[in-house]
Ligand binder design. Structure first.
Ligand SMILES: [Zn+2]
Ligand SMILES: [Zn+2]
Length: 106
């Protein structure tokens, strides 16, 4: 059963540390050594989750960036020179048109 630590790596004593084992001093924030493994695990879990989410997103043809939506050229929404040049070569506006705002609201 969970007695504080969701990932099962901390003793109940360590899991009960205030602020997750972080303490602050005049030198800034410091993490209790016994919490390092936990924070590292949590971070790996989080980034794996983000990777899984982004795996479902379409990828920009140019920079490989996963985006919620690609424009008609198949690119992400970046507007640096490379992305602009690619759109222009396809005869598209260099900067994708902004979504049309909804009308009739007041
Ligand atoms: Zn833990
Ligand atoms: Zn891109």
């Amino acid at each position: 059963m969970s007695d504080g630590c969701r990932l099962g790596c901390c003793t109940p004593e360590v899991a009960a540390l205030p602020v997750g084992g972080w303490t602050t001093s005049d030198k800034g924030w410091k993490l209790d050594d016994r919490r390092r493994e936990h924070v590292a695990r949590e971070w790996r879990e989080k980034s794996a989750q983000i990777d899984r989410m982004q795996a479902d997103y379409p990828k920009c043809k140019l920079c490989g960036q996963a985006a919620l939506r690609l424009d008609v050229a198949g690119l992400c929404s970046k507007i640096d020179e490379v992305h602009k040049a690619y759109r222009v070569r396809l005869g598209l506006p260099a900067v994708p048109a902004a979504p049309v705002p909804q009308r009739g609201r007041r």
